[in-house]
Design a protein around this ligand. Structure first.
Ligand code: FES
Length: 192
């Protein structure tokens, strides 16, 4: 009796397996892989930069921080404006070092600043409370105002990614990358 039951059960299971094997599927299909589309859409939304591909996209692009955060940054150079050519302070040899009298108006002192020293460094050396953030000419935190005309008549920037020609024309400079070329009066903490 037990043997008959076992054989019947075995036959039933075998039959079930055969039926399932030949049965039609449910029609389910795997979802289409859209990962490439997503990657391409994301890449298209990131600003182009001068960084070599693909790293610029991998790190979210290299546009000025303000441009990403606000769309139109106060400091972003307008289209068509040339970024100021950088000046290299390391190219100044020891016998080419010159010193200029810079009056820090708000601090009420005049100090000597070398042509291979930034206004920011010189002010900090004196213990002045100078504003700054990036120290690379990429924001406006350190901006200051030079009395008496276009900033380019008094300083040269090693890097300027934020001030427009018009703002420099009005006397604004980035103290973190500005090196003096003559004497002048500087107002620290002044932004355009
Ligand atoms: S500290 Fe950012 S531009 Fe000078």
């Amino acid at each position: 009796m037990v043997q008959t039951l076992g054989v019947a059960l075995g036959l039933a299971m075998t039959l079930g397996a055969v039926v399932l094997h030949f049965a039609k599927g449910t029609g389910w299909e795997a979802t289409e892989d859209i990962s490439q589309d997503v990657l391409e859409k994301r890449a298209a939304s990131v600003p182009e930069t001068d960084f070599p591909e693909p790293y610029n996209r991998g790190i979210g692009g290299g546009a000025p921080a303000g441009a990403i955060a606000t769309g139109e940054s106060e400091g972003e150079l307008a289209e068509g404006e040339e970024e100021e050519a950088g000046f290299d302070p390391d190219a100044i040899s020891e016998d080419e070092v010159e010193y200029f009298e810079i009056e820090f108006a708000k601090e009420g002192e005049t100090i000597e600043v070398a042509n291979n020293e930034t206004l920011l460094e010189a002010g900090e050396d004196e213990g002045y409370d100078m504003p700054y953030a990036c120290r690379q000419g990429q924001c406006l935190s350190c901006a200051g105002h030079i009395d008496g005309g276009p900033a380019s008549d008094f300083i040269q920037h090693s890097n300027n990614e934020t001030l427009s020609d018009d703002e420099m024309e009005k006397g604004y400079c980035l103290t973190c990358t500005a090196y003096p070329t003559t004497d002048f009066t500087l107002e620290t903490g002044e932004q355009p």
